[in-house]
Design a protein around this ligand. Structure first.
Ligand code: SF4
Length: 122
């Protein structure tokens, strides 16, 4: 299978516009550093993204708390992870960087809170 596409490397602010040719082996042109080839390979074979979402909080000063993945997760698992997080309910108080789900879907990423939420009645 031959693939010929352009993509923008998002690893650093240079934003190199990569020309990616895959035909049994990978050729990446226009990258200013070796990370461009790593990025192109990851995007072609197993694209990953940082995940952010919110989770319900019971008895909190806020009804929701923002969460993120501790590291990027496969793009193909994003919707399934978000569906799982829709059913999660935390009890306030919630701590900053509290782990609410370990190794979600076997991705090796934990889901952690990005802020704390105090209890409403304290
Ligand atoms: S290829 Fe290297 S220099 Fe270019 S955007 Fe990616 S990380 Fe930055």
């Amino acid at each position: 299978m031959k693939i010929n596409k352009e993509m923008t490397c998002i690893i650093c602010p240079n934003g190199c516009r990569l020309e990616v040719i895959y035909n049994d082996s990978l050729v990446v042109k226009n990258a200013l550093c070796p990370k461009g080839e790593e990025y192109a390979q990851s995007e072609l074979l197993n694209p990953i993204r940082n995940l952010t979402s919110t989770v319900k909080v019971n008895r909190g000063l806020l009804p929701l708390v923002s969460v993120r993945s501790s590291k990027p997760v496969p793009k193909g698992k994003m919707f399934e992870i978000i569906r799982i997080l829709k059913d999660v309910e935390l009890e306030a108080p919630v701590d900053f960087h509290q782990t609410i789900y370990k190794d979600i879907l076997g991705t090796g990423a934990d889901i952690i809170t990005t802020r704390g939420v105090r209890r409403a009645d304290r």
